[in-house]
Write a protein that binds this ligand. Structure first.
Ligand code: FAD
Length: 417
């Protein structure tokens, strides 16, 4: 659209107040988009962190490695942020939504009326319900502040036990190794990232971590954390053995911050349920990002996506939808992870019912696994294969039948499918 002229929808909302709760990536994109679409009304952005809207992926990578400043993760430069003319409320927490009165209650007792409300409350790091989980020396990683506490801990001579071999745990492990710390990853399942990737990728990750000097223990549960007499931490495992270390990082997933929505009676299912227009069960309340459970044709059901791409795109979609603009948000999921210089990308949702076609040799440095339903590619993933995966994305989106044999042949350029 012409950015100098408000859309008809935005102009119609000129006297309205739109409130965004959660000033993370989705909230930040929602705010930018509302102004870009010409919304000139009151725009309130409330976040319980003190930081401006920012991206989290560097927090387990460059920021944790001490190679990038936290400010480098901001979505916008300061002048662009100022130019949004927001009623910006850092360090403020919304405690209740009064839907009947269309009013928010804040932790400091203040109230705030809204015409449209966009929930971008994300999630928080899951912890473990075991003794010692809240002891000093036991960390999780979700926020800039979490990362800054960990930066000095990850250094040569220190040892770290990472509990959980999922994405955050593995990225912390890779960064800790890069900084010279000794690392043990303790994973309760029989393989790494079991929930999100097939066995071949789990094995690739396992080999990668072991070859970089990380000790990985699979099928190992933890039962308690404690500190010993020398200021070190002790992790007790289910088999009774123990690991001693300087710090523990728990990376066992995310709990969606959907309590506000649930308490207000909005439909929720481990996240706030929205439609393809990002609307909750209350048409004046929308949701986006890690907290939203969204219809997804690639999954064949509604899913909650925890990814950079979704936080941005759904933040944009929710903002547009709140102005009454046409929105049909049913994204092809895309996720990436960086570990020890390896870039892994996943498009779509691989399912056990799919036929798997490998291009390149699983176990080698670079390969792609395609997931086919009949002759149609539904998902694709692999390490160090960004270029092939860009073409794979197109195949998935076009739903075009492919020749599986040619797809497996690395001699046939991906552009020829
Ligand atoms: P959040 O960023 O969690 O923002 C929500 C905000 O709302 C938070 O600040 C929260 O405190 C605030 N809030 C919650 N409740 C309230 C309330 N009641 N009042 C006021 N404020 C409230 N994705 C990838 O695709 N690739 C990666 O490599 C990758 N790496 C990651 C590394 C790390 C360390 C983390 C944590 C995530 C990573 N992700 C990655 C995921 C991606 O960053 C998230 O999907 C994205 O940040 C979600 O954005 P969001 O705005 O929905 O939620």
């Amino acid at each position: 659209m012409d950015s100098d002229r408000p859309s008809v929808a935005a102009a119609a909302c000129a006297d309205a107040t739109i409130v965004i709760v959660g000033a993370g990536q989705a909230g930040g994109w929602a705010a930018q988009t509302l102004r870009k679409e010409g919304f000139a009304g009151r725009l309130v952005l409330i976040g319980d962190e003190l930081h401006q809207p920012h991206e989290r992926p560097p927090l387990s990578k460059a920021v944790l490695a001490g190679e990038a400043a936290p400010e480098s993760t901001r979505l916008m430069k300061s002048d662009a942020f100022e130019a949004l003319a927001l009623d910006w409320r850092p360090g403020a927490r919304v405690t209740r939504i009064d839907r009947a009165a269309k009013r928010l209650e804040m932790a400091d007792g203040a109230t705030l009326a809204y015409d449209k409300l966009i929930l971008c409350t994300g999630g928080r790091a899951r912890t473990l319900p075991i003794a010692g989980a809240d002891a000093p020396g036991v960390h999780t990683l979700r926020t800039i502040d979490d990362a800054l506490v960990l930066v000095p801990v990850l250094k040569p001579g220190n040892s770290v036990v990472v509990v959980g071999g999922g994405w955050i745990g593995l990225e912390v492990a890779a960064t800790a190794r890069k900084k010279g710390a000794d690392v043990v990853v303790v994973e309760a399942q029989s393989r790494l990232c079991e929930r999100t990737v097939p066995r071949e990728i789990s094995e690739h990750l396992l080999a990668l971590h072991r070859s970089n000097g990380t000790r990985v223990m699979l099928g190992a549960g933890v039962t308690r954390f404690a500190s010993d007499n020398q200021d070190r931490m002790v992790v007790t495992l289910a088999d009774g053995s123990a690991l001693t270390c300087d710090a523990i990082v728990i990376g066992v997933g995310l709990v969606p911050n959907d309590e506000l929505a649930r308490d207000a009676g909005l439909a929720c299912d481990c996240g706030v349920i929205v439609d393809a227009r990002c609307r909750t069960s209350d048409p004046d309340i929308l949701a986006a990002g890690d907290v939203a459970v969204t219809p997804n044709p690639w999954a064949g059901r509604s899913v909650r996506l925890e990814s950079w791409q979704n936080a941005q795109d759904q933040g944009i979609a929710a903002a547009r939808s709140s102005l009454g603009l046409e929105v049909d948000y049913q994204p092809l999921p895309w996720f990436w992870s960086d570990q020890y210089g390896m870039n892994l990308q996943i498009y779509g949702i691989p399912m056990s019912s799919h036929r798997v076609v490998a291009r390149g040799v699983p176990g080698s440095g670079s390969f792609v696994l395609f997931y086919l339903d009949g002759d149609v590619v539904k998902a694709a993933l692999g390490p160090n294969a960004a270029r092939d995966l860009r073409f794979a994305r197109r195949l998935i989106e076009q739903r075009k039948p492919v020749d599986a044999q040619r797809l497996a042949d690395a001699g046939v350029p991906m552009s020829k499918h």
